[in-house]
Design a protein around this ligand. Sequence first.
Ligand code: BMA
Length: 327
Amino acid sequence: MKQRRLHDGMELFRRYEGNPILTAAEWPYPAHTVFNPGAVVLEDGTTLLLCRVEDHRGISHLCAARSENGIDNWRIDPTPTFAPEPQCFPEEIWGVEDPRITFIPELRKYAIAYTSYSRGGPGVSLALTEDFKSFERMGVVMPPEDKDAALLPRRFGAYGTWVLLHRPSTQIGAHIWISYSPDLRHWGSHRLMLMARRGAWWDANKIGLSPPLIETPEGWLMVYHGVRQTASGAIYRQGLALFDLEEPSRCLLRGDEWIFGPETEYEIHGDVPGAVFCCGATIAPDGDTLRLYYSGADSCIALATASIKKLLEWLKCTGRPPVLPQA
Ligand code: BMA
């Protein structure tokens, strides 16, 4: 029985009983849906969610919600915190979406990698902030079609290069790539990091990063989403992989089964039924509880928690090094 529990990935995450934790109904101004928040714990212990808010035109902006305990009593900014600025940044003409936040100790700033929805499709843009009030936009760092990006928090290797994960859509499918930069502006040395599987798999053809990578003593823990196309639409589920601490492009282990998928009413009914999608996670004060802030059906924000130790145990028990890409 014990063995069975350890191998059952679906038991790793526990949904907060008060889900959903944030919906458009709580918003201080008119909003169609709120979802896909970036998440971070600020220096004073406050949890900040930078939520994607879709307005009644279908255009998204970002709005900050803050809570002392990361669970309830959210204080929501009274007006949009980070709105598209297409006059100066034409790539934001159809909105800004899906922020992933990384605190960069060297800069003493938060880096936000977000989707800028341009006429050419979704691309990746970067912005820096110290306080989530004023923002320094760096513009497009990965041209369309590319999304699901996040920075790692420090430089790597002898040349001290910054590292960005992202998900371009190419002729060979939608896989997770890794790219390097000397200055956060110019990116190169692009390479495949994790490939979508093929055929009947839950993560066939299209995968993408969920929250930014989580640093653990065993390696960088990746929660990623896989998209299964079915006759009645796509199913978005979450899976796990582990990467080398010093060489984050090197995958050590990948789980075969998904560990979190749509089940509840608020995950199955909404604008995109059957999508559990995630851009942000934090670690609770106990140092082990991962708090995944995710979207139910692209319509609301919910919370699920898991022990990082147990996620790693599960990966070590059931995961395997990935098969190299086929030529
Ligand atoms: C992805 C992104 C997300 C969205 C998800 C599910 O491709 O567009 O913004 O939440 O699909 O619809």
